[in-house]
Design a binder for this molecule. Structure first.
Ligand code: FAD
Length: 376
């Protein structure tokens, strides 16, 4: 989010930008540990609009983010998402489908016999229907996107500085500087809190509640001898998801216990894979009976406990302080759209990108929840 916003500020508005990053290795940054997938199957129109805009950007990223003739390779694969529903989930899927069609998303509801015809490797046991993104959904190289935004931002004059932000100076309703943990002071015309899962303490420094916490999510990488033709990203009614990655697959699910904030990333729950994920995977795709886990990693969802959606825009009570945080597991795909729209808001230009108004952090103080029902 920081790199994307900096890129648009520098590239499209010619503004001087400094990005403060406490850990330039990005070892714990969600953007480096993401499943990097993009979908239009949301329940909130604003999320659909953001992903549609971002998808169009990803398709032309080699032109948008080219630096000196060197175009980024983001490896966008548009293989779709397939949400599967039993009796319990079908009404939600149908309601979401209506919202998605209204927003122009290319999503089809398929009965079990159509699922079998299209994906012969899939067991339709217990299924009532599936919701398939026929175009405009898939996955890409997330770290490559982050790197491409940084490179383009630098090429347009932005600076990336290793520093941990710990506070702000202000006069009246204006922030005048960001304070670093080592005593450095960074004068600023405007500031953006885009610190992912760690945004809340910075919001508190400005007296603004950002109810965002770090929730660990494990991702398992596995191989299987079977080839699944045209395999999309599949979300099973159990909540277990999987998708192809290179020659193998990745998979994940919500953890067995999500009560702990910032659980250690090293503690991947392999037993949970054996007890919960594998049985669900093998029940849905019999060929996964023979899978072999190759590796695993974990990262933090920057979970917005208020309503599981991004908080984007001006901070209440401040004239030049903004945030882009709390995307709750769907932020990487929204980074191009959020970066573009937020940059034009900060620059005071006519709006570029989609309308980010519904994501305003004002909704917390106003008690206006924007509940996203499709959180994976
Ligand atoms: C396992 C997993 C799977 C995911 N799958 C998807 C997916 O398929 N599709 C999707 O769209 N999204 C997905 N997400 C979510 C997505 O990765 C995030 O929403 C997105 O990367 C958030 O970007 P960010 O810039 O807000 O946060 P981050 O990438 O976490 O960046 C925040 C940065 O702020 C720095 N920072 C923190 N505090 C300070 C401070 N005080 N001073 C200076 N720097 C600071 C951190 O070091 C970090 O580098 C997934 C996330 C995870 C963990």
């Amino acid at each position: 989010m920081g790199a994307a916003t900096a890129c648009f500020l520098a590239r499209d508005h010619g503004l001087p930008v400094t990005v403060l990053e406490r850990d330039p290795s990005y070892a714990r940054a969600a953007s480096a540990l993401s499943a990097s997938s993009i979908r239009q199957q949301f329940s909130q129109p604003v999320n659909i609009a953001l992903s549609q805009w971002s998808l169009a950007f990803l398709r032309r990223a080699e032109h948008e983010l080219v630096v000196g003739g060197d175009a980024p390779a983001l490896g966008l694969i548009e293989a779709g998402y397939l949400y599967l529903a039993g009796d319990a989930q079908a009404p939600v899927l149908r309601a979401n489908h209506a919202v998605q069609c209204e927003a122009g998303a290319d999503v089809a509801l398929l009965p079990p016999e159509d699922l079998t015809a299209r994906f012969p490797w899939l067991s339709v046991e217990g299924l009532v229907l599936g919701s398939l993104g026929c175009s405009g959904e898939g996955w890409f190289d997330g770290p490559a996107l982050m790197h491409a935004f940084q490179r383009k931002a630098r090429a347009c004059g932005a600076q990336f500085v290793e520093a941990q932000a710990v506070g702000f100076d202000s006069t009246g309703e204006r922030v005048t500087a960001v304070l670093g943990s080592d005593g450095r002071r960074f004068d600023a015309q405007a500031v953006v809190i885009a610190a992912g899962a760690w945004s809340s303490p910075l919001g508190a420094r400005l007296g603004v509640e950002l109810p965002v916490v770090a929730k660990k999510r494990d991702v398992f990488v596995f191989d299987t001898p079977a080839r699944l033709s045209d395999c999309p990203l599949v979300i099973d009614p159990t909540g277990v998801w999987f998708r192809p990655e290179g020659r193998g697959f990745i998979a994940g699910a919500a953890p067995r216990d999500d009560s702990l904030d910032e659980a250690p990333l090293e503690a991947v729950d392999h037993a949970w894979f054996d007890e919960h994920l594998w049985p669900a995977l093998a029940a849905r795709v019999p060929a996964f009976e023979a899978l072999r886990v190759r590796s695993a990693w974990a990262g933090y969802y920057e979970m917005n406990l208020f309503d599981h959606n991004g908080l984007v825009g001006a901070l209440p009570g401040w004239r030049n302080a903004y945030t882009a945080c709390g995307f709750s597991g769907h932020g990487l795909q929204q980074a191009p759209a959020v970066g573009c729209a937020l940059a034009s808001l900060i620059a005071g230009s006519p709006r570029q990108g989609p309308d980010i108004g519904p994501l305003s952090p004002w909704r917390i103080a106003q008690g206006r929840r924007l509940l996203e029902r499709n959180v994976i």
